[in-house]
Design a protein around this ligand. Structure first.
Ligand SMILES: [Zn+2]
Length: 171
């Protein structure tokens, strides 16, 4: 989680930030001592995809920290102004070379104290061959029965894949 103390200056005017309680019952906020603008620390939005290729899904082994060497599905931060769906498809193309389309929303995963909120779509391959992008050491097609549950990178990875497996059994 981002430490609120790591922000010291107002992004609007460069004034010094201080901690104030603006509304009883709400968390303390960082407020500019010069222009009084509050700096609201809201979540970072991540878009991911469980990509179906035939009856397998795509897993990527991370080549960068955090959780280097562990497995994730394609995904990354949503740019401001970009739709969440477009971000999921763009990240899939960048990370494993597949052009895909959205099938449906799998779920939204967020946890107390965590900085990110993760939106996960179920998608399917339209074209392209599986490659390993810059941040990936290995791309693999995995049957849902062979998911390496003990080697997944994030809680959201595990929760989303568990939801996917449950739903696939009943759909
Ligand atoms: Zn200011």
């Amino acid at each position: 989680m981002t430490d609120p103390d790591s922000f010291r200056f107002c992004p609007c005017c460069g004034g010094r930030l201080e901690t104030r309680n603006l509304k009883p019952g709400e968390p303390d906020r960082l407020v500019c001592s010069a222009c009084t603008t509050p700096l609201y620390l809201d979540p970072k939005l991540v878009a991911c995809a469980v990509v179906e290729v035939g009856d397998a899904i795509v897993l990527l082994r991370r080549g960068i920290e955090p959780r280097k060497g562990l497995w994730v599905m394609p995904g990354g931060f949503v740019d401001r102004g970009e739709t969440v769906e477009a971000a999921a498809l763009r990240e899939t193309m960048e990370e494993c070379g597949l052009r895909t389309r959205i099938k449906n929303l799998l779920g939204v995963y967020s946890y107390p104290g965590e900085t990110v909120a993760v939106v996960v779509y179920r998608t399917e391959r339209v074209s392209g061959d599986l490659v390993a992008g810059d941040e990936t050491v290995e791309s693999r097609l995995v049957h849902p029965g062979d998911i390496p549950w003990e080697e997944l990178a994030f809680t959201s990875t595990r929760d989303a894949l568990a939801d996917y497996c449950r739903r696939r059994e009943i759909s």
